[in-house]
Ligand binder design. Structure first.
Ligand code: SF4
Length: 234
């Protein structure tokens, strides 16, 4: 990057030289292409509570396991009241029987979160990052997922795929924490596109820009990627 970054973001740590304006243009083009290649049919559920519970279940679980467990959980406990009235032990046992990792913590969080939402928020999931992150078991990534996929608000959840893909594409410094990666992406990408970034980068990270042996030859943004298509500085 050039001499200046943006606000408090440091220009250090990128693998190549590029002006901030160039980086922004490149980021916008990358998002435009990824959106086309991985179209985002309506992923906003409009169900923030279910999105939140699903996010707790998903921690360190595969997507297929999460989907199956969430489906069974909402069949057994269809409403927030049903979950809030369940005992923590019963919820833990339920998760354990479905072989969910971290079942002890997740069982407690699921019941506690439901009770808190009923008692403190009148049964409505809070819709700000700050309030969401006060809930047990909800970190920054989950809070952003609830905002993006539950409420349809502009947010960029940074998971392992978004983290890796952003860094390979030179949109965040290699050593940046997920929180910093989120900050860089929010400065580089126009707000109206934030909602698409997680989905597009997750799909891209699973199918093409995989952790090991990324398929750079088939990559739709290879011409915009410093790893392959473009060379910057020395
Ligand atoms: S060119 Fe390779 S490293 Fe760059 S985004 Fe595509 S798959 Fe990832």
């Amino acid at each position: 990057m050039g001499k200046r970054g943006s606000g408090s973001l440091s220009p250090e740590g990128f693998a190549f030289e590029e002006s901030w304006a160039e980086k922004k243009r490149r980021a916008e083009e990358i998002v435009r292409i990824l959106k086309e290649v991985y179209p985002r049919e309506r992923h906003v559920s409009g169900e923030p509570y279910r999105t939140l519970i699903k996010c707790i279940i998903s921690q360190r679980n595969r997507d297929e396991v999460t989907d199956r467990v969430a489906e069974e959980l909402f069949r057994k406990y269809p409403t927030i009241n049903d979950i809030a009235n369940a005992s923590v032990e019963k919820m833990q046992e339920f998760l354990r029987s479905l072989k969910v990792g971290l079942w002890r913590s997740k069982g407690r969080w699921i019941v506690e979160v439901s009770r808190i939402i009923l008692e403190r928020y009148d049964g409505r999931v809070p819709d700000t990052l700050e309030e969401l992150m006060k809930l047990p078991g909800i970190g920054r990534k989950c809070a952003n997922i609830v905002l993006a996929y539950g409420f349809g608000k502009p947010a960029i959840p940074v998971d392992t795929h978004v983290n890796r893909v952003s860094k390979r594409l030179g949109l965040a410094p290699l050593e940046a924490s997920p929180e910093k990666v989120e900050e860089y992406l929010k400065v580089l990408i126009p707000k109206e596109e934030w909602l698409y970034v997680n989905h597009a980068m997750v799909d891209h990270g699973k199918k093409v820009c995989r952790p090991i042996k990324p398929k750079c030859n088939e990559c739709p943004v290879r011409n915009l990627c410093p790893k392959v298509g473009i060379k910057f500085g020395t």
